[in-house]
Design a protein around this ligand. Structure first.
Ligand SMILES: [Ca+2]
Ligand SMILES: [Ca+2]
Length: 229
């Protein structure tokens, strides 16, 4: 009798302990089948090229990168708020990149932004920070300030040739050509000067070419004529 009671007590105690273990294990949220499969972490993404605050012109290679704890299913690239490209990836691609060739000539010159958006296969969305860019497809302005076109000078006189240039991206160079021969180049300056000994007699051409500091190296030129008598 006592032995049966003891066996019953031990069996009840064992069951009680077992239930306590199961309740505490599940209650603590250690592992449940649903949670083991879920993914609540959004992918991280960024514009990796061009670097922020770049001056861009012409065709620009825009690169975005993304990574996720499980996988990146899709990566989008945006200019301002317009979708430029969508790239899809195979299941299990945890680290990805995408490239889009952006023709900046389809955008007006000035301030623009680039950003990216990454989606994982669980539907989480990660958004990059917004990177500022300046589009410059406009050639510089250049003016030959001396000599005045159409003027006449004496043979063997010393002629000062001067030009000014300006551009929203800055000036890379100003070059002078006399009768299509390069005679002088000034760099990183808005004005350039050289001296020419007027020779021989006849009509000569004096040209100035300015190049801006955009990656596309936009350029402008102007030409004057000068008669040496
Ligand atoms: Ca994820
Ligand atoms: Ca420019």
């Amino acid at each position: 009798m006592v032995a049966r009671l003891m066996r019953s007590f031990v069996r009840s105690l064992f069951l009680y302990i077992l239930i306590l273990i199961i309740v505490s294990y599940v209650g603590a949220g250690k592992v449940t089948p649903t949670e083991a499969l879920s993914d609540s972490l959004a992918p991280a993404t960024a514009i990796s090229s061009p670097s922020k605050n770049s001056i861009v012109s012409g065709n620009v290679s825009v690169q975005a990168v993304a990574n996720d704890n499980v996988d990146v299913a899709k990566l989008e690239i945006y200019a301002d708020d317009s979708l430029l490209s969508t790239t899809n990836y195979a299941t299990g691609s945890a680290s990805v990149s995408a490239t889009y060739y952006w023709d900046t000539r389809t955008s007006v010159d000035g301030f623009h932004t680039l950003s990216s958006k990454a989606f994982d296969s669980a539907g989480n969305i990660g958004t990059s920070s917004t990177e500022a860019m300046t589009v410059d497809n406009t050639p510089p302005q250049v003016v030959l300030t001396n000599p005045q076109t159409g003027s006449t000078v004496r043979r063997n006189s010393s002629i000062s040739i001067t030009a000014n240039a300006s551009d929203s991206s800055g000036i890379f160079s100003i070059a002078f050509l006399i009768d299509n021969q390069m005679v002088k180049t000034c760099y990183q300056t808005l004005s350039c000067q050289t001296t020419w000994l007027a020779f021989p007699r006849g009509v000569h051409t004096i040209g100035a070419i300015a190049v801006d500091r955009s990656p596309g190296a936009n350029k402008s030129s102007t030409i004057s004529t000068l008669t040496v008598k």
